[in-house]
Design a protein. Structure first.
Length: 278
């Protein structure tokens, strides 16, 4: 399949949910967005902002009522392309238990590619490679139920990797994990992007995860409120607060120092940067 420069193009997309009262709620309003192949994107937004709706559109779990979502040039409205779209753009959800289907780790990782009709010995190679990438090869004969939250999430990522996607969408993948588990997943995500050239879209409410991205997109009330590098986005402390979002603690400290007369740049992202300036 020919590869487009933009792996994702979202054009004039509108999505409405029907409520129990048979009314409609506008979740996304005329969204336009392009994501280049190999980018590492963080998407931020408070609950109800539309960010999870956006994630489901990318995997064709839902289809826009108007506008188009193109995944490597394939329109998600084209049912004949559904498997190709989901092979291209894999999805990892918040709760790993909802994606674990087998009683043995390696069988779970094999589930996706097996359903794609991948034969042996390629299937075996894909499973072993995917477990190696997420550093879970020593657990391939284990039961997923005995793993920690971070380990389970790495197994679900391996299951997606075994399908050879170009893009991985992660919908709050660390929300249910402790700090150690979050670090494990963040490290895996970064490695997949830098070493395996995967396009990463990480929907998160942890500001420190967003700092690691190439680009941060802030969704608010169904619209894109901010789109830029982490420095550009987090420097807008007043606007982020107005949108009900935090910024990294060190960025807020730099902002407060600046407000109190200290000549500190607004786009500080790390403690080392701030210490160097002080």
């Amino acid at each position: 399949m020919e590869k487009n420069e933009n792996i994702i193009d979202i054009k004039d997309v509108v999505y409405k949910y029907r409520t129990d009262e048979d009314e409609y709620v506008l979740a996304l309003k005329d969204i336009n967005l392009s994501i280049k192949r190999g980018e590492y994107i963080a998407i931020l937004g408070h609950n109800g902002s539309g960010k999870s709706t956006l994630a489901k559109l990318l995997n064709a779990l839902i289809i826009p009522q108007s506008g188009d979502v193109l995944i490597n040039g394939m329109n998600t409205k084209d049912e004949s392309k559904l498997w190709d779209i989901r092979k291209t753009c894999g999805m990892v959800f918040q709760n790993p238990d909802n994606q674990l289907v087998a009683t043995i780790v390696e069988e779970d990782v094999a589930f996706g590619p097996e359903n794609l009709g991948i034969p042996m010995p390629e299937l075996r190679e894909r499973v072993d490679r995917a477990l190696e990438i997420v550093e879970m090869q020593d657990y391939k004969k284990h039961s997923p139920s005995l793993l920690s939250g971070g380990q389970k999430q790495r197994v679900t990522i391996a299951g997606i990797l075994a399908m050879h996607p170009d893009c991985i969408v992660l919908d709050e993948p660390t929300a249910m994990l402790d700090p150690k588990g979050r670090d494990e997943i963040l490290s895996t995500i970064k490695r997949l992007n830098k070493e395996d050239d995967k396009t990463i879209i990480n929907i998160t409410h942890y500001m420190q995860e967003a700092v690691e991205a190439d680009r941060v997109i802030v969704v608010n009330d169904g619209e894109i409120a901010l789109d830029g590098s982490p420095r550009e986005v987090f420097a807008r402390v007043d606007l982020m607060k107005k949108l009900g979002l935090d910024v990294p603690q060190v960025t807020e400290l730099a902002f407060l120092l600046n407000q109190n007369g200290y000549d500190i740049p607004a786009d500080i992202l790390t403690v080392d940067e701030l210490v160097g300036l002080i």
